[in-house]
Design a protein around this ligand. Structure first.
Ligand code: ASP
Length: 431
């Protein structure tokens, strides 16, 4: 069992976070979003109510609490992920780990790949990119998609594999580079798990205390959430304007539909691999989904996810306390489907046609990037832009995607958290 000494404090922490659910934080966030959109439209270019210069200044001030909210969460992200992975793996039973590890990896790769494929399929059918008109820069001739067109991608694979291991984990952490940090934490966690319990007992309890300290900062951020969403949405609506927002509605709908399909995939998996009823599962996880929706951060709600798995779903702590901290960082189907739709949207809005081989490369790249995306607000969209330019997709629609990201981030976070709980149920239900 994990969190032996810190169990009570993690429980208390989850309890404090849960109070936000009962305080209807999600409702406050939704109201914040609706008011933010209205104020933003009033400030924006369509109604011409105020001077554009003044509107820009006002929008920046309105977004201030939101920027602080994002900073607070991002600030503690690296230590939070680093220590929680070590805590999860380090305290785990080695036999259990060997048993779940490879199966969880297969589950992770399959569900992420499936999410990307659903995303690409949906975007190809609904074609959200044809509803926006943007001045596109020239289609780049560099990038992996062009390399694959020339057929020499295989030569670069060994280098790609070597780069999975960070050369200097400390500089990965300092640069906020998540993937290297996750890989390093995984290796360190495994090394921890191989030590005799009495040697690492004290160290693990110190890590519990540190996790509590970082989570206290997350709690502060949560108090800001409704105001943050209000201000960020207002700025977005003021900058983007009503007509552009309407043009983006097909893109928003495609992403929301994709996320719903991923939820359905989870219900199907639960029916196939366990004897549980999907509806029962759905009602057990509503609280943590709403909290994920309100905070846009799966890392921030991790203690509540663990508590939900153990108390509402009856999962053994030896399973939930390994799968949830790991899944928070590497199991992100919501982010994967979002990124695949957004990439196809960008290509479509630039009039770029993709071949099947190029789509396969997009799926492979997105599996890796969603695994490397940490569970914090706005990360999916930031990584998306790097992936798109590395692939050679024109990023002219970048501003639009960023503009409407708030709502989509909230929704995909709820899906990411559900994915971790689905994995817990699949691996933690006795046949
Ligand atoms: N906010 C998401 C999460 O925490 C990550 C993302 O931006 O896609 O799960």
């Amino acid at each position: 069992m994990l969190f032996v000494d810190g169990k009570r404090s993690i429980g208390a922490l989850a309890h404090t976070l849960e109070r936000h659910i009962h305080g209807r934080l999600w409702l406050q966030v939704l109201v914040g979003m609706a008011c933010g959109t209205a104020i933003g439209i009033a400030l924006g270019p369509d109604l011409k109510l105020i001077d554009p210069q003044l509107s820009k200044i006002l929008a920046e001030w309105l977004a201030l609490p939101g920027e602080l909210f994002l900073r607070l969460i991002k600030m503690v992200l690296i230590p939070l992920v680093f220590f929680s992975i070590i805590r999860g793996l380090g305290g785990a039973n080695l036999k259990q780990l060997k048993n779940i590890g490879p199966r969880f990896l297969i589950y992770l790769l399959c569900t992420t790949a499936l999410s990307c494929i659903i995303g690409i399929g949906l975007a190809s059918v609904l074609h959200p990119g044809s509803y926006v008109h943007i001045e596109q820069s020239v289609i780049p001739h560099t990038g992996a998609l062009n390399v694959i067109a020339k057929g020499n991608i295989v030569g670069r694979l060994p280098e790609t594999f070597i780069n999975i291991l960070p050369e200097n984990p400390l500089s990965s952490a300092i640069d906020g580079e998540m993937f290297g940090t996750v890989v390093f934490s995984l290796l360190l966690g495994l090394a921890f798990a191989m030590q005799p319990t009495r040697t690492i007992k004290h160290l693990l309890s110190i890590i519990d205390d540190l996790l509590n300290i970082f989570m206290t900062i997350v709690k502060w951020a949560m108090h800001l959430a409704p105001l943050a969403v209000f201000g960020l949405t207002a700025r977005m609506a003021a900058e983007t304007g009503l007509s552009v927002l309407l043009g983006m509605s097909m893109y928003i709908l495609t992403v929301l539909l994709g996320l719903m399909l991923v939820m359905m995939m989870y219900h199907l998996l639960i029916m196939m691999f366990t004897k549980r009823r999907p509806l029962e599962f759905a009602s057990s996880v509503t609280g943590v989904q709403l909290l994920a929706f309100s905070t846009s951060s799966s890392a921030a709600v991790m203690p509540v996810s663990i508590k939900t798995a153990e108390e509402n779903l009856g999962i053994d702590p030896s399973i939930s306390e390994v799968i949830i901290p790991l899944g928070t960082t590497i199991n992100m189907d919501g982010t994967a489907i979002y990124q695949s739709i957004a990439i196809i949207f960008m290509a479509q809005s630039a009039g770029m046609a993709l071949t099947l081989a190029q789509m396969v490369l997009i799926v492979i790249t997105l599996i890796a990037s969603s695994i490397g995306s940490p569970g914090t607000p706005g990360v999916g969209v930031a990584i998306l832009m790097t992936v798109a330019s590395n692939l050679g997709i024109p990023t002219g629609a970048h501003g639009l995607i960023l503009g409407v990201d708030r709502l989509l981030d909230m929704c995909r976070t709820a899906v990411n958290v559900t994915g971790d709980l689905t994995a817990c149920v699949i691996f933690g239900t006795k046949k």
